[in-house]
Design a binder for this molecule. Structure first.
Ligand code: CA
Ligand code: CA
Ligand code: CA
Length: 365
């Protein structure tokens, strides 16, 4: 399937993303503008609190209030609500064949993973983890889901479970494999689109860094080496690069890094894609976070509150993969965030063709 996804390196006249490129690499420059057509309709699923009010706050917090899931076209058109209840749905991830959306929602006070059809029908609880489960991310073949546990007391772990899209009972920790069984906090897993590796964040070396490990949990490698928090990794479609958020400039910005890096300290190809330093802000700098690469490789969706950082209201933004042409896709009312790309199943494609055109979506924080 990988040959159907983006091939990097054709034509590219790289323009420095906004003003700062921390370490611009030639390989990344060549990669940034290449794009490849993907069959079907690329969509973005996201969470929104536009349907609720939370006085005295100006808007409801998208990550902790009664958010609903929406889908929209990549240009922001046709924003369509697909859930309608009084609980949070968050961390939505479109299945590779476009037929399911995985997400998490609270059950008896703990987040658990659910599946549903992209039109919001067929909601089905998938997990009943004792410590909760968040941020599902599909394997490229759609048979497995990697997730993080949720526990406010002890460190989180990363588990792989069967996707069980036909519904065969609730899955617990004993039905999965713990890939990060150690005392550190391990979270935000993202399966590479070639299936071989899983990226994640961990504080095992003292602060949050980006790591990759084999899909069976072996050979974890640290990719970032910075005292700031590095979080929320997501893969490029060709599994060559990882986009992530870091507060190394003092606030959260989006960076990209060569995933082939094998030694901490190199940070090969590290490039800063967003630059929203705010000299006039009175209460904090804008946040740019939770990046997610489009399946055709051409764009990266993310969250930003740069329009109104004092009120810290996040909206869904998109930019070209080289950081150019940054624009908001959502606006008030409500907070909108946690974007995940997906390939809406196209009835004109045969099931086998749909399965061939693998894409993967994922979550953030
Ligand atoms: Ca809801
Ligand atoms: Ca751990
Ligand atoms: Ca770090």
């Amino acid at each position: 399937m990988t040959q159907l996804l983006t091939r990097w390196g054709a034509k590219s006249a790289f323009r420095a993303p906004f003003t700062i490129a921390v370490a611009l690499s030639i390989s990344w420059a060549a990669a940034a503008a290449a794009a490849q057509a993907v069959p079907g309709h690329l969509k973005i699923v996201f969470s929104s609190t536009r349907d609720y009010s939370c006085p005295p706050d100006p808007v409801c917090d998208v990550a902790s209030n009664n958010a609903e899931l929406y889908i929209m076209n990549r240009n922001g058109s046709d924003q369509t609500r697909i859930t309608d209840d009084n609980v949070l749905e968050f961390g939505a991830a479109w299945s590779p064949d476009g037929t399911k959306i995985a997400y998490y929602s609270p059950v008896s006070g703990q987040p658990q993973i659910f599946l549903m059809n992209p039109d919001g029908t067929g909601q089905m609880q998938l997990t009943n983890f004792h410590n909760g489960a968040q941020f599902p991310h599909w394997s490229p073949d759609g048979t497995q889901i990697v997730l993080q546990t949720h526990t406010p007391v002890t460190a989180r772990e990363i588990y792989v479970i069967p996707a069980n899209v036909d519904g065969t009972g609730l899955l617990t920790e004993t039905n999965g494999t713990n890939l990060t069984n150690n005392p550190a906090d391990d979270a935000r897993p993202a399966w590479s689109r070639d299936g071989s590796r899983i990226a994640f964040m961990s504080n095992r070396d003292g602060n949050y860094e980006i790591y990759v490990m084999n899909a069976d949990g072996s050979d974890p490698l640290r990719l970032t080496c910075d005292s700031a928090d590095d979080r929320a990794p997501e893969w490029s479609p060709d599994s060559s690069h990882i986009v992530f958020q870091s507060d190394r400039p003092g606030h959260r910005e989006i960076y990209v890094l060569d995933a082939a890096n094998t030694t901490c300290g190199g940070e090969i190809g590290l490039t800063r894609l967003t630059n929203t330093d705010c000299s006039t802000c009175t209460t904090g700098e804008p946040r740019n976070q939770n990046p997610f690469w489009s399946p055709d490789g051409s764009q990266i969706a993310f969250e930003s509150d740069r329009v109104n950082p004092e009120l810290q209201i996040l909206q869904v933004w998109v930019m070209n993969a080289d950081g150019t042409n940054q624009k908001a896709l959502t606006s008030l009312p409500g907070e909108n965030g946690q974007p995940g790309w997906g390939l809406e199943a196209d009835d004109s494609l045969s099931p086998s063709a749909q399965n061939t055109h693998a894409v993967l979506t994922g979550g953030a924080l």
